[in-house]
Design a protein. Structure first.
Length: 473
């Protein structure tokens, strides 16, 4: 009975323990469910990136992120930084040097009674030096080289990330300018037709001859606009050719339209505050610069301390016996094992000045990093707001396009029934063309904003996958 009562008394404790297990499992499972939801939202936005729908843009990104001049330049600088790591490690390793001087030495003696003689010899020296203790200066220089290598590697990835967003923007600028050029040429054809109509009306006597001036002016205004757009189109195409290495013919494969987006309003609302941004390249650069200055300060602080090393050498030289000025020379080989102490006692206060300069630079870098982090937090919040505003504007533009398309359909139906003129149809079609251009511009703006939003949070699959592939290579 005592045993039974003891177990009954323990039951509340056991029940509380079981409830803790159940609640803990619920929290764990809830966290596991939230993570896939966040990942699903990111994947939903990534699926709407424009290169998924535009093959030419996809090819541009694939080639431009490898062959771009900026990428190649940064990769060269990264290769330089990798070699400088070896240079930074070299002072920590043994230093071996040697020299040899084979030859003949002719000695001519005068007024000494000694005979002239010729000595054939091989003089040499082989030296070995190993630093033992430099107060950590050699290791810190090596760490600085490693940090600079990491900076160079990160610059390659950052250049690739920025270029991925910039290539999308440039491609959409190119497509929009091509559409502007098409509309400008259509307008030129229209004003030329209007001028021809005015001429015929003047010939028929229904219009005064002075009316031709207005028609000529419209044509004169449109001609330089077409020329300007043609020049801008050629310049944008040349830039894309230079960055991507593609031919102009390949780039000229323009899409019929900038494709519409799926309804991602819910995904945007869910992801607007849930995707945290990693430290930016600017903030990481300031942090690395501060680390370098800390190491430089430690090096400068110990610059006037004695440096200890070991010297080993084998030396062969020609010598005479002590006190025998004119005696026979002999070859002497010596083996040396020495503990070397190098001590700079005074350097004109250069070490103190170097320490103060490092401290001032360190304060500047740390302050700059703090300011960058605060600024970027505000920029990320503003970027989220811009993305939502761009989405709302895009929805408004889509609705405007539907209304304009409906107006064009009604006008064409009225024209078919004789209720509208051809001029009314042309005006409605012109309005529809401009609305189409507006929706293309709104889609391009949103695509670019979306790519920038994901890129700044490390979620641009193009830049990330290309960077991983480059690291694997």
């Amino acid at each position: 009975m005592a045993f039974f009562n003891a177990h009954i008394n323990r039951w509340p404790v056991l029940k509380a323990f079981l409830w803790m297990i159940v609640l803990g499992c619920g929290i764990v499972f809830g966290a596991q469910e939230d993570a896939p939801a966040s990942e699903t939202g990111v994947a939903r936005l990534q699926a709407e990136l424009p290169e998924r729908k535009l093959p030419v843009l996809e090819e541009m990104l694939r080639k431009g992120l490898v062959n771009g001049p900026d990428i190649i330049m940064k990769e060269w600088l990264a290769a330089v930084a990798r070699e400088e790591v070896t240079v930074g490690r070299a002072p920590m390793l043994p230093n071996v040097s040697a020299w040899a001087r084979p030859g003949v030495i002719y000695e001519q003696h005068r007024e000494s009674g000694s005979k002239d003689r010729t000595v054939t010899s091989i003089l040499f020296n082989v030296g070995f030096y190993q630093p033992l203790y430099h107060w950590g200066a050699l290791e810190k220089n090596y760490q600085i080289a490693q940090i600079r290598k990491a900076i160079a590697d990160r610059n390659v990835a950052e250049t690739r990330r920025v270029l991925a967003v910039d290539l999308r923007r440039r491609y959409f600028d190119f497509v929009l300018v091509a559409n502007d050029l098409r509309l400008a040429r259509l307008k030129l054809e229209r004003v030329q037709k209007d001028r021809e109509y005015v001429r015929q009306s003047i010939d028929d006597g229904s219009l005064a001859p002075a009316e031709i001036d207005g028609a000529n002016r419209e044509v004169d205004l449109q001609l330089p606009e077409v020329a300007r757009l043609e020049n801008e189109y050629a310049a944008l195409r040349a830039t894309l050719v230079q960055i991507t290495g593609m031919t102009a013919t390949q780039i000229d494969r323009l899409p019929v339209e900038i494709p519409p987006l799926a309804d991602i309003g819910e995904a945007l609302a869910a992801m607007s505050g849930s995707v945290s941004a990693p430290p930016s390249a600017r903030a990481e650069e300031m942090a690395d610069a501060a680390r370098i200055e800390k190491l430089n300060y430690e090096i400068a602080k110990k610059r006037l301390y004695p440096k200890i090393g070991v010297e080993l050498s084998v030396n062969q030289d020609d010598r005479r016996d002590a006190g025998d000025t004119f005696g026979q020379k002999s070859l002497v080989t010596s083996w040396n094992a020495l503990l070397a102490v190098n001590w700079s006692l005074f350097d004109g206060f250069a070490s103190q000045a170097t320490r103060r300069a490092s401290l001032n630079r360190l304060r500047a870098y740390e302050t700059s990093r703090a300011q960058i982090e605060q600024q970027e937090d505000a920029e990320r919040r503003a970027e989220t707001a811009r993305l939502m505003i761009a989405w709302q504007r895009l929805q408004n533009s889509e609705r405007d396009l539907d209304r304009t398309r409906g107006h064009l359909d009604l006008t064409e139906q009225d024209f078919a029934s004789g209720m509208r003129s051809q001029r009314d149809v042309d005006d409605a079609r012109t309005s529809f063309n401009h609305a189409t251009h507006g929706i293309h511009a709104a889609r391009a703006q949103f695509y670019t904003t979306l790519a920038s939003y994901l890129s700044n949070r490390g979620q641009d699959p193009v830049a990330r996958d290309r960077g991983n592939a480059g690291a694997g290579d």
